[in-house]
Design a protein around this ligand. Structure first.
Ligand code: TXA
Ligand code: MG
Length: 321
């Protein structure tokens, strides 16, 4: 299959995308977090193509993106707390895990009784989903276990020849995947940290951490989000002698590395999140023996960055990403 990249500015771009989606084909689309591989969420065969293109195991459920809030009740059973969060944070980078209705195909939820849903705030994604007027299942547009794409070129390097179309709308605003919370009766379970911070959610309910895939979904892999190059936290000091070592840096290092990529030259955590995956990809492509990553402050969205860095270094035995 030949993979084409089309600019989001092309006239009638959404008409062409809708043609593919209606035919049950997956299309890579920009969102405000990362690029997603989108397909008709109510068409099991279309969703199967997402799993195949990504080589994603069928026990790992997909996030569904809604065209508008009125779809929430069609697909799920939102509690008052869920409705409140949807009102405040949608459209935006917050995914809610809710009890689901029968209408959702089993392949989407990996046969579980919950569904992960959000509404994307990206204007191009909104234009396309509104033209399609059906929910879109869209996991990150990378091969399973790899770094999420934040630019159209990243999607091509992951899925070239596996999907027909990529819509290019430039780099993603947030650069890290949405925050995922599972709505419990009297609290929220934080399954994945993201651009909506724990502090923001605590205004609405008690937030407990540790709701990652190991508890909720099967099929977790410790290597999730790892670059191919071995990756370790940098404890300061010079790199090991005789190895070509790169650094993903927060501060300017006082010792020499083969390659240094800065998370944010302004030391701004939002900026660091936006640059994270692109910088990690560049280091991964540099034929290094080892990548050191420097810890960042855990305030605000720093917690979400640290969660990804921890996964990239394989320091955790479980994955919720
Ligand atoms: O920002 C995002 O969320 C991006 C964009 C494209 O929207 N999507 C994304 O999807 O990151 P994905 O599939 O790469 O990550 C979704 C995570 C997976 O780890 C999956 O296991 C988990 O959400 N998930 C999906 N459904 C779930 C459910 N019902 N309960 C718990 N976790 C779920
Ligand atoms: Mg993903």
């Amino acid at each position: 299959m030949k993979t084409r990249i089309v600019s989001a500015e092309t006239e009638n771009c959404e008409t062409e995308v809708v043609r593919f989606l209606s035919a049950g084909q997956p299309v890579a689309l920009p969102t405000e977090t990362v690029y997603g591989l989108a397909a008709d969420a109510l068409n099991p065969m279309a969703c199967e193509r997402i799993f195949k293109a990504k080589e994603r195991p069928f026990d790992d459920p997909l996030i569904v993106h809604l065209p508008s809030p009125d779809w929430l009740d069609k697909l799920c059973e939102p509690s008052p707390l869920a409705r409140r969060l949807a009102e405040v944070f949608w459209p935006g980078p917050l995914t809610l895990v809710l009890p689901r209705h029968e209408i959702v195909p089993d392949i989407v939820t990996a046969h579980q009784n919950t569904l992960a849903v959000r509404i994307s705030a990206h204007p191009i994604f909104q234009k396309i989903i509104n033209a399609f007027n059906r929910p879109l299942a869209a996991p990150s547009a990378n091969r399973f276990g790899r770094i999420s794409p934040t630019q159209a070129a990243h999607v091509r390097s992951e899925l070239d020849g596996r999907i027909p179309l990529i819509v290019d709308a430039g780099p993603c605003l947030h650069g890290i995947e949405s925050t995922i919370v599972s709505i419990q009766s009297d609290h929220l379970l934080l399954c994945r940290q993201g651009p909506i911070t724990k502090e923001q959610l605590e205004r609405f309910a008690v937030v407990l951490e540790g709701g990652g895939r190991e508890e909720i979904t099967p099929g977790s892999l410790p290597s999730h989000y790892a670059p191919r190059t071995p990756c370790r936290f940098w404890e300061g000091g010079p790199p090991p002698v005789g190895l070509s070592v790169g650094l993903l840096a927060w501060n300017k290092p006082k010792v020499k590395f083969a390659q240094v990529e800065y998370l944010s030259t302004k030391q701004d955590l939002r900026d660091a999140a936006a640059n994270l995956y692109d910088a990690l990809r560049r280091l991964d492509e540099a034929m290094l023996d080892l990548i050191f990553v420097e810890r960042v402050p855990t305030a605000g969205c720093g917690a979400a960055i640290m969660e990804r860095l921890t996964k990239a270094t394989g320091s955790l035995t479980h994955s919720s990403l």
